[in-house]
Write a protein that binds this ligand. Structure first.
Ligand SMILES: [Zn+2]
Length: 359
């Protein structure tokens, strides 16, 4: 397919948005890598007209783009595979920085929730390819690792699950595969995990030892109830399982406050996400393991707003790393997380094709 003009526009709009987000601005203004060709529109909905939404990297293009970023970073970004999907695709983990504060982001555990992966590529370009003073300082304070597209098979098949059609999963769908984001249970050893993608994230987490873990997903479409009525673009939630250490919960809520602020400054409309307490969900599982843990859900907005969604998530990634680097994250009052309003009702056009239950 032809290279997409919309990617160039997306890069320009990121720089523009960054000027509205002071905390991320200096970093986000760093030059981005050249626009790259990509393969298909983001939304699974048939109403997504090709060419209008963000064009997504295919798995092959993602691998090439990560290598390109690695080369452009001249050693500042390292990309390696932390495992293999059932269909033999590498699971990419990109790291940058040398600092003592360790953050880990995961994108696209659900194959049909792709936009966080595009945001991650932009964050890697800004933080890993850029070499201005602010970015160099950030890299001296922080080590960031990103699992870029945890579910390449699901991306290929355009569905939520991994690819394991012979399985009869407790969480997942027979004939398709497992729901990766139900298989991070700290009580199950990675070698006993039936889901290779989840086991790879668990092993990478154990080696990387991040104090902050953020998991990027997509949800349907929701609004605040009247009289507010605004459409919610982003929902977030911290761990809600029983047994999460108090310190991890406090730091998770500090991360939530910071991430809420980054999205809001970028023009997003943020709510809490009404997630469950099951300990196999990454948000809960990595909180139970002692990290600050946060789920981010980008709403599945129409194609014309997908670039906005990618940009706001990108800004949240850069901003959180910056706040960790500066120490500002530690000074946040965790009680402010309670002021993030609950999610409102689903819009009539908002149901996702695969499953009304996101996360
Ligand atoms: Zn999801």
């Amino acid at each position: 397919m032809k290279p997409s003009l919309s990617r160039t526009a997306a890069v320009a709009s990121v720089a523009m948005a960054a000027s509205l987000a002071p905390a991320a601005g200096a970093l986000a203004a760093a030059p981005a890598a050249p626009a790259s060709p990509a393969s298909r529109p983001a939304a699974s909905s048939p109403s997504a007209a090709p060419g209008k939404g963000v064009r997504l990297h295919s798995n092959a293009e993602l691998a090439r783009e990560l290598r390109r970023i690695e080369r452009a970073g001249h050693g500042r970004v390292k990309v390696r595979s932390i495992g293999t999907s059932n269909e033999g695709r590498p699971l990419w983990f990109a790291t940058l920085g040398t600092g003592p504060k360790r953050l880990m982001y995961v994108t696209q555990q659900h194959g049909d929730e792709p936009l966080g992966t595009e945001s991650a590529l932009q964050a890697l370009r800004t933080l890993g390819v850029g070499d201005g003073r602010d970015v160099r300082r950030l890299r001296s304070k922080v080590t960031l690792g990103i699992v870029v597209r945890a579910n390449p098979d699901g991306h290929e098949h355009r569905w939520r699950y991994n690819y394991d059609p012979d399985a009869d999963p407790e969480y997942g769908e027979k004939g398709k595969g497992y729901d990766i984001n139900r298989y991070h249970d700290p009580a199950v050893r990675p070698e006993d995990n039936p889901v290779p993608e989840a086991a790879a994230v668990e092993r990478a987490y154990a080696r990387f030892r991040p104090s902050v873990m953020v998991d990027y997903h997509m949800q349907g479409r929701y609004a605040f109830p009247p009289p507010d009525g605004r459409e919610i673009t982003t929902s977030i939630q911290w761990p809600t399982a029983q047994g999460v250490p108090a310190g991890a919960l406090k730091r998770s809520r500090q991360v939530a406050v910071r991430v809420n602020g980054a999205f809001t400054r970028a023009g997003a409309v943020v709510s809490q996400y009404p997630g469950g307490s099951y300990q196999g969900i990454a948000r809960n599982a990595y909180g139970l393991r002692g990290s600050a843990s946060l789920l981010v859900e980008l709403s599945d907005l129409p194609p014309a707003r997908q670039r906005f969604q990618v940009r706001t998530a990108y800004l949240s990634m850069v901003d959180l790393a910056g706040a960790a680097a500066s120490g500002r994250l530690d000074g946040i009052d965790p009680a402010r997380a309670d002021a993030i309003p609950p999610r409102g009702p689903e819009l009539p056009q908002g149901a996702r094709a695969e499953s009304a239950e996101a996360a």
